[in-house]
Design a protein around this ligand. Structure first.
Ligand SMILES: [Zn+2]
Length: 414
């Protein structure tokens, strides 16, 4: 039987190489109402492939973005303290660097509930959010952030330009990895950026994903896994260039790329060549850099299952913290259900009293941990491990230990 290969969403090359095949998985944010516990979730292939031509790592867009970002989409950015501190620092830095004032405009793509733009508003800088999820957009408007309830596309960029909108800064925190039609999106940026206007975009750095076996950051809504080598190629195809890059600790290690039109005045910072060199050293510009990843992923699964089986055999209790997308990839790939992990807790009320997709592990409020005092707390969003361990310091003082599954299983106390 021959199966035709999917093609690269940027350059159209057949995707003949695999980073990791995680089998079939439900959508990571499709939380289940308890009364539907008996009904299996629909599952879709979760297979990350590498383009041999432009080195964009990608999963197929099995589900249209319109089905994922529904009006009641259960994700609000403002729930993480460390993320908000990161956003405030960004607003300070960019308004100083670009000397932004009352005559300028800052646009954010996928502005969610206004978590980032609120800090520009506080400085008296006009803003415009673009956010397809209506509930998040309403929350943004309520905090004084004007928001268009739309997906960002090249067509929208044309319209904004025709309306005379000329932003000095177009921010996109973590959106480039989440757009199925990356070419239309970057074409839209090239339309919106005029003169010396700057675009910044953040994305989890593929180099960290590979070096630290962060395979649980792979899920259906996360269409592309980006490196500087692939982003520079994609931007160049639409007349844009990268002139600066920062490395950030967020999401297990991210890059914030600063881009502009080819002909804009910004000089390239030495940081760009530094990151290019690191990626070349890791051979991300050839298929060799992507081989062998799947074996490391299988080792993570083995270690986590061994730990959970041993805990159960010894009568020790384990609970999970953080109903994040990455937890769902991990639990479903490892085949972990309520028999090994009876419940998960999360601070977000929209996720509480529902079941995790696929694994059907119930989600409760963090109060449950205080009531039950488990022997171990498995921290699923390991990128927030310090913050979560600090929130649970009272439990640690009474003997609870914390566990993180990647890059290798680690048991610790704060
Ligand atoms: Zn490609």
């Amino acid at each position: 039987m021959t199966e035709s290969l999917p093609r690269c969403r940027h350059c159209g090359t057949p995707l003949s190489a695999t980073l990791v095949d995680l089998g079939r998985s439900p959508l990571a944010n499709s939380y289940v109402e308890p009364e539907r516990a008996g009904i299996p979730c629909p599952t879709y292939p979760l297979h990350a492939r590498v383009c041999p031509e432009c080195f964009l790592v990608q999963v197929e867009d099995v589900v249209p973005a319109e089905e994922i970002f529904t009006p009641d989409y259960a994700y609000f950015s403002s729930f993480s303290d460390s993320w908000l501190a990161h956003c405030r620092a960004y607003a300070e830095q960019m308004s100083a660097r670009l000397e932004l004032g009352a005559d300028d405009l800052v646009v954010e793509i996928a502005s969610n509930d206004g978590y980032l733009l609120q800090y520009f508003v506080q400085k008296g800088i006009p803003v415009l959010g673009i956010e397809p999820a209506a509930a998040a957009a309403r929350a943004a408007e309520a905090r004084g952030v004007p928001t268009l309830v739309e997906f960002f596309t090249a067509a929208l960029a044309e319209r904004l330009r025709a309306e005379g909108k000329a932003p000095a800064l177009v921010a996109a925190a973590n959106v480039l990895a989440h757009v199925p039609d990356i070419n239309d999106f970057v074409r839209g940026l090239s339309i919106l950026l005029q003169g010396d206007a700057v675009h910044t975009v953040e994305f989890p750095h593929l180099l960290n994903l590979i070096e630290q076996t962060q395979f649980d950051t792979i899920y259906h809504e996360h269409y592309s896994y980006l490196s500087l080598v692939s982003v520079e190629r994609i931007f160049a195809a639409f007349g844009l260039r990268v002139f600066d890059v920062e490395t950030l600790p967020t999401h297990g290690g991210s890059l914030r790329v600063h881009a502009c039109r080819q002909e804009a005045c910004h000089r390239e910072s030495p940081a760009v060549e530094t990151v290019r060199k690191r990626e070349r050293a890791a051979r991300l510009d050839s298929l060799a850099g992507y081989a062998g990843f799947e074996r490391k992923v299988q080792a993570v699964r083995r270690e986590l299952l061994d730990f959970l089986h041993a805990a159960r055999a010894e009568g020790q209790s384990v609970a999970a913290y953080g109903a994040a997308a990455k937890g769902n990839t991990l639990l479903n790939y490892c085949g972990i259900g309520p028999d090994l992990l009876p419940y998960c807790v999360d601070r977000n009320p929209a996720k509480q009293n529902r079941l995790l997709p696929g694994s059907h592990i119930p989600v409760h409020s963090p109060d449950r941990l205080r009531a039950e005092r488990p022997d171990y707390v498995l921290i699923l969003p390991w990128n927030l491990r310090e913050e979560i361990a600090a929130q649970l310091a009272d439990l640690a003082a009474e003997g609870t230990r914390f566990v993180t599954p990647v890059p290798r299983l680690e048991i610790f106390r704060p």
